[in-house]
Design a protein around this ligand. Sequence first.
Ligand code: 13P
Length: 252
Amino acid sequence: MRIPLIAGNWKMNKTVTEARSFVEAVQGKLPAADVVETAIAAPALFLQTMLEANTEDVLRIGAEACYYEDDGAYTGETSPRALHEMGIPYTIVGHSERRRYFNETDDVINRKVQAVFRNGMTPIVCCDETMGRRESGEKIHWVVNQVTAALKGVSPEDAAKIVIAYEPSWAIGSGTSASTDQAEEGCYLIRQTLADIYSDDLANGVRILYGGSVKPDNIAGLMAKNNVDGVLAGGSSLDENSFIQLANYQNL
Ligand code: 13P
């Protein structure tokens, strides 16, 4: 059974003080992790404070990015080895903003996926799709190519643990989510790609999330789709009440 995963990606927002108050505010208000898993990916400099404030230990505290080497002369980068030592279970890899603004290529993303697994964490790998590509009918190959490239050389044991997020960049930050059918189509395609690379069994066990303008008022429709196992929310994960609503989408 795929346990739904409701994850937030804070991007470059908040301060340490604000991050602490958010984590304090959600204690006791999130579903049990074996029913609906919840996670927030936050900037590395907040993580220790968030872990300390997370007394109930239901919310998973994740990172937004890391480097593909464990240590070394890479000024300003975040070590996956150090994240693991802190007790961080998840790291986002390959967000469209990393691809676009920081020139992360499929090869870099593949190295990062391997580094995250090597250090005992789970990557949440994001796949992008632009409106231009969608309209030209090219989208299908693009998402397939991104998943295939991200998983190059990844063993079935590791791939079985991966989380993949379908995040069309035309829906990110736009205020308008993809339709529930579009979200389902993207997530289904990703599952088919996993089945082609590995096996049906493996593909059926992997959680695939939808991201792009997910809000409390549209999450239930998205989550009702067969291949949508969770969401990756940006803006609506910043406010604690809105995140609590997303996490409790089954009661909305
Ligand atoms: P928004 O929810 O703000 O559209 O952002 C989505 C996103 O990029 C999550 O990674």
